[in-house]
Design a protein around this ligand. Sequence first.
Ligand SMILES: Nc1ncnc2c1ncn2[C@@H]1O[C@H](COP(=O)(O)OP(=O)(O)OP(=O)(O)O)[C@@H](O)[C@H]1O
Length: 478
Amino acid sequence: MSVEDDDWATAVDIQEGLTKVEIQPTKPASTGKNSEQDEFTTSYGDEQTPTQGDQSFLRKVLRQKLVTTQSELEVQQRDPNSPLYSVRSFEELNLRPELLKGIYQMGFNRPSKIQETALPMLVSQQPQNLIAQSQSGTGKTAAFVLTMLSRIDTRDDTPQCLCLSPTFELALQTGKVVEAMGAAMPDLKICYALKGIRLGRGEKARGQIVIGTPGTTMDWTVKHKSIDPSTIKVFVLDEADVMIDTQGHKDQTIRIHKTLDKEKCQFLFFSATYDDEVMRFAEKIVPHANIIQLKREEETLTNIKQYQVHCRDMDQKYDALANIYATLSVGQAVIFCHTRNTAKWLAEKMHSDGYIVALLSGELDVSSRAKILKRFREGKERVLVTTNVCARGIDVEQVTLVVNFDLPMTKDRHADFETYIHRIGRTGRFGKSGVAINFVSDRHDEKIINKIGDHFCCSIPVLDAGDYDDLEDKLAEK
Ligand SMILES: Nc1ncnc2c1ncn2[C@@H]1O[C@H](COP(=O)(O)OP(=O)(O)OP(=O)(O)O)[C@@H](O)[C@H]1O
């Protein structure tokens, strides 16, 4: 990885250190106020699932472990060690009544730790900049959406907030959160700056909140001048680390960042992961940033149980997957493959063996991808086979199981720690229990999984996919 900073506005001190958790008192940044059915899906019921042996016990164990009740959530929100812990209420934030209404309508009773820590400074009269890290599924999106909604003036539909997401799917998902939270704000208008959405020549973007991917947003802001950067009060970089670390995204984000008024605009960077270099770089480009950073050992969530399953080859991987699939009587699963080809092969093989699976990979056009994800969200398929395109941010509450069919690796075949955290974070959303299973098929995989365990200071015990008694014991461990 390399992060060059030449192009960026700089000038704040770089703070060294890997595991700081700090909020710095800072200078305010601003003084302002069917036919759709996927080719790999069939109607194929549970009863027909080709299982071997008696898996009812495993089903029971998974069901017991994976269902989290509202009262369990309440307990976690009162546990100071939980990322969901909170002593505050949303009322204390002095939000507009219609925004508070939206939050309660979404079923949010109290803020999570990241929300309770970040929101007072984010929505204060003197908005402050923030670089924030919090574990997957702990409410970061809700935090920055609430901030944007608290800052807009709905009497006017000129763009006032700009939110960048790394993928089309994530941008749409964030838009849905804006819609839900802003449901009681009648004149709220969202504008999507996404591939395929075109503005006429000279046409201005209309909507207080613009959500987009970096390429289209850059075109609209820099090339076509459809967005006036001087009216932007809040700039959000979701999944900030990947936006900074991926060359194409980075260049486009830089060009948008350059147009924004560093004195008037509030800058918010959010992610579940930041490697050291990316964090240092983020600190340089966000003026007077407050920083919330996790310790390494805090990055993995204890409510996601992680295991490794040893398989000799692809056939064994496939058999293990079939056994695991058979246990999935509740919830949904996401299976991650390294390449589009493997994902396609796996989905086709599962499909021809009669499983209900959906395939989502980057080779599909964005509208097909959105349709597939919508179907999965609606529970039409219980298994989604995918690549890293779905590793980040996607929030599907019922996902109880993540399988790393291939371990996450960088191009030079090193362990990809950040992708690991994001992939397994598709389960265990907001305090729910989840299971992540890693397939390990050779010595190199063994090294990778050991490095992942060491990096996050957690153990990833071996699970024999055929040994259900063993699984019972392991899942029962607290
Ligand atoms: N205060 C809250 N009370 C109850 N549920 C909440 C609260 N905040 C967020 N949620 C819910 O928790 C889930 C995860 O939240 P969100 O998507 O904001 O997490 P995230 O930290 O952005 O995740 P990721 O790192 O994967 O992007 C969502 O379904 C959201 O609706």
